[in-house]
Design a protein around this ligand. Sequence first.
Ligand SMILES: Cc1cc2nc3c(=O)[nH]c(=O)nc-3n(C[C@H](O)[C@H](O)[C@H](O)COP(=O)(O)O)c2cc1C
Length: 197
Amino acid sequence: MGKEIWKPGNMLYPLPVVMVSMADRDGNYNIITIAWAGTVCTDPPMVSISVRPERYSYSILRETGEFVVNLTTRHLARAADYCGVKSGRDVDKFQTLRLTPVEALRVKAPLIGESPVNLECQVKQVLELGSHSLFLAEIVAVHAEDAYLDEQRRFHLEKAEPIVYSHGAYLLCGEQIGTFGYSVRRKPRKKGGKSGN
Ligand SMILES: Cc1cc2nc3c(=O)[nH]c(=O)nc-3n(C[C@H](O)[C@H](O)[C@H](O)COP(=O)(O)O)c2cc1C
């Protein structure tokens, strides 16, 4: 058993695949699919998205400094792919895909109604890195679909069938195999039985 040596590249997979919605100064909407996205800070809550300057979306993001990150699901996979291969220069992606723009609370960019979680974001910093520019943004409001809340108000994103992106493919998230801290949590003793190993 060995490992092949690959040339240096972006091999951090799987990644979230999100639909980033925005509004230009005239109120025209657009959506760009982004996989180069991440959580970068808890307090203040911040995310990053990396966008190539040649994208139609780039100048809108630069000009307005606002966007919404919309999480994707099995149901939105085709739309996410479409928004990642078609440009807002040529098509109205909301209209073509019959997605529902919903007014946001804190930004002018619209939420995508069909997405289970929407993060309203305000850009704080832009870093021109090379092929991509990194938009660092603060999350100023979060919308979570109440259909996925249980009676204790716990959110079950898995019920929305979220997807990830890995090596060019869209994948459903798999089964749960643990929860935060489970590796160090003591297992409850079985009644009358031996403690497990
Ligand atoms: C799965 C997937 C992930 C993508 N991730 C990014 C990304 O992180 N950054 C980027 O600039 N473009 C990314 N793209 C490409 C853009 O989404 C694509 O060029 C899109 O058509 C740009 O739309 P616009 O011209 O309306 O801005 C991705 C495309 C796909 C399909």
